[in-house]
Design a protein around this ligand. Structure first.
Ligand code: PMP
Length: 297
């Protein structure tokens, strides 16, 4: 359960009980998936609760909204402050935070007149668990970047992710891997892909994937650790020859991939670049990153 009778959410500038908050069933978001959201994590650190990459996530929320013509009337810093308050009100330290921008009632396909923002949070362990994943290449491809705004985290895009995930699970795998519409490696339903070959790290370039904030963090960590990284378009055959692979995302963090369609990666996870990055990531998120406006006042 994501909430109980005491849980409070943030809704349009106010804190309200989750089980008393309501929305309109005629919302354009409900009918057409026309809304944007974020997935953020807060971690307990020596300095108290700290939201990891808060600014980056709320800026992506704003960018997602603007990319699909949803008016974004909020200040990023106000949303960050509200999130800290929300965590405090719910006594949460390690938590997953879910902001959602949704539209007013509108059954037409025209621009919304008004939107709302809600932010909720709950305790959520590693989304894909902590065991290395058995992955299968999905029969679904990622949406074509000329059909949607692939850089935006739009509610409706996640039908594609749900189809891929349920298909993979129904086939007995832990997770799916989606190709782009040209057959190149793209990403997981909710995470970005990296793989390693002969000591070099590879990841699909931007253009056909969600620009993951964890992906950007992993790229920074790889540079700090002196790893060689290549970005590009790679075929599934290249991945089949790789030594090791992993997924990364806010919810999943950094998680190793054991196999793709039963072909196991030969390198022991503990000896992989992914493992080093997993450790570096888990240290980094537990450093204080407080970006509350009051911290700077
Ligand atoms: N790709 C997709 C399709 C996702 O849903 C996510 C999760 N937001 C990611 C990648 C990883 O993004 P991030 O690291 O910003 O969470």
């Amino acid at each position: 359960m994501y909430y109980n009778k005491n849980t409070v959410i943030y809704l349009d500038g106010q804190f309200v009980k989750a089980n008393e908050a309501s929305t309109d069933l005629y919302s354009q978001t409900m009918h057409y998936g026309y809304g944007v959201f974020e997935g953020i994590r807060a971690y307990s650190t020596a300095d108290g609760t700290s939201i990891f990459k808060a600014k980056e996530h709320y800026e992506r929320l704003k960018n997602s909204a603007e990319l699909i013509n949803i008016p974004f009337k909020y200040e990023v810093q106000d949303l960050i402050d509200a999130t800290y308050e929300l965590l405090e009100k719910n006594n949460l330290t390690d938590a997953y935070v879910r902001p959602l921008v949704f539209c007013d009632p509108n059954m037409s396909l025209s621009r919304p007149n008004n939107v709302s923002v809600m932010i909720c949070a709950w305790e959520w362990g590693a989304y894909l668990g902590d065991k290395q994943l058995r992955v299968t290449v999905s029969s679904y491809c990622r949406p074509h970047p000329r059909s949607i705004k692939i850089d935006a985290k739009v509610c409706g895009h996640y039908v594609n992710s749900i189809l891929a995930t349920t298909e993979a699970k129904d086939k007995g795998f832990d997770e799916a891997l989606l190709l782009d519409s040209d057959g190149y490696l793209a990403e997981g339903p909710g995470a970005n892909l990296f793989f390693e070959k002969d000591g070099v790290l590879y990841t699909p370039r931007l253009g056909n994937i969600l620009p993951g904030i964890t992906r950007a963090t992993v790229l920074e960590l790889a540079e700090e650790l002196g790893m060689e990284v290549k970005l590009g378009l790679f075929t599934p055959e290249v991945l089949a020859e790789a030594d090791s692979a992993f997924y990364c995302g806010t919810a999943a963090e950094v998680i190793g991939i054991a196999s793709v369609d039963e072909r196991e990666f030969p390198l022991n996870w503990n000896d992989s670049l992914g493992k080093k990055l997993q450790e570096a990531y888990s240290k980094l998120v537990r450093k204080s990153h407080k970006t509350l406006s009051s911290v700077y006042q």
